[in-house]
Design a protein around this ligand. Sequence first.
Ligand code: GLN
Length: 488
Amino acid sequence: MNLDDLTIKRALTLLSKGEITSKDLTLACLDRIKRFDPEVKAFLYVNEEWALAQAEASDKRRKDKKERSLEGIPLSIKDNILIRDHPTTCASRILANYIAPYDATVIERLKEAGAVFLGKTNMDEFAMGSSTENSAFFPTKNPWDLERVPGGSSGGSAVAVALRMGLGSLGSDTGGSIRQPAAFCGVVGMKPTYGLVSRYGLVAFASSLDQIGPFGLNVEDTAILLQIIAGEDHKDSTSCPIKNLDFVNFLEQNSQRSFRVGLPKEYFTGDLHPEVQRALEKCIDILKKKHTLKEISLPHTKYAIATYYIIAPAEASSNLARYDGVKYGFRAECKNLIELYKKSRSQGFGKEVKRRIMLGTYALSAGYYDAYYLKASKVRTLIKQDFEEAFKEVDLILAPTTPTPPFKLGEKISDPLQMYLSDIFTIPVNLAGLPCISLPVGLTEDSLPIGAQIIGPAFKDDLVLASAYSLEKELSLKLLPSILINQS
Ligand code: GLN
């Protein structure tokens, strides 16, 4: 079975015609994992027996004419999303032996839709990072160039989709962790509007920013997955009661529409890598033919990283207080309770996680709260208002996903500030809670993928998808990571 350009949509057609079975498909994906994962290391956990049992159950449902909307499609899941009775490590030693006692809502919905889970993907520890090098276990490599990072923190999920080790994946995006790896690996990734997808069963990093979202080989597959996981959930008090979501039909119905597209001048500066600049210019030329383009300003963009690196660590320091060696995972040898806390946390957490906990605890501490956390919250409102103003004039915003193509493994790992700066274009969107998709828009001369993002107003996820769908058609790129080209 040739998986190279097999989309979820096409696989569903082949399955329903009886030309393939879910077992065939699952075996083909597992075969890919065996061939490529030793090189790229996208997975933390693969359970072949479990995957095949799910595929066989799916084939039986299809035989009994009880098939569901995603019947028999093999997927991978980022390792901070709970699947009952299977490990969830968050790529951290502190959760190394943790087995999830319940399903995340998104998993429940995918199960109800008939999906097959292959395993859990690698990530930066507790989703803190932009390169997957902060995994406590091993870094993941970019399939376009094994010396480069796949992006992060959902690097494993992006690589799994790029190499067809599963037809889709779920990641989480707090400051860019779906979009940046999608851009670096040449796949599509979407951060939905905050509140569209339930966070129940997602291990919390920064709860006011975290969203689960899908990765797909193309925009339509991404829409298919979002359609299943989106929607109100009483188990997440920030989930919104949005009804009648039909992202998939909306795509085709609205692909001919013309939009007013904003180009934020703060994103298109001289600092942009020339090859990213060139790829974006090509997009702009294409969009011009159908849409009205307009320069806009998001004046508080320059404060976004500083704001994020107060708010996200503050929330993280509070969320991660629960890992104390008592209730979850790793417990250090100790003589008394204080030592238990100290040793379990200092041995269980990695360097970046500790850095965030310290930053966050400091920002929230008495005497500093007003100067840091409160001020950052106010700036966050200004950033949100920038977008609200812009959306009075335009329907959507186009921007580069990342300032550079994928960087080298090791290049930024000892310089946290440089690493933080790589999220400069993705972070404002999380602070404002908006929907945003990253899609591949070109390759560098060295065949490294470049992504662009389309940002929409809150709960206009359908519009974001429809515009990305039409841009993808116009671009009609054929993208195959070099590791796959070299094998054939
Ligand atoms: N790279 C950002 C960080 O390190 C964003 C991470 C994310 O979205 N989970 O916090």
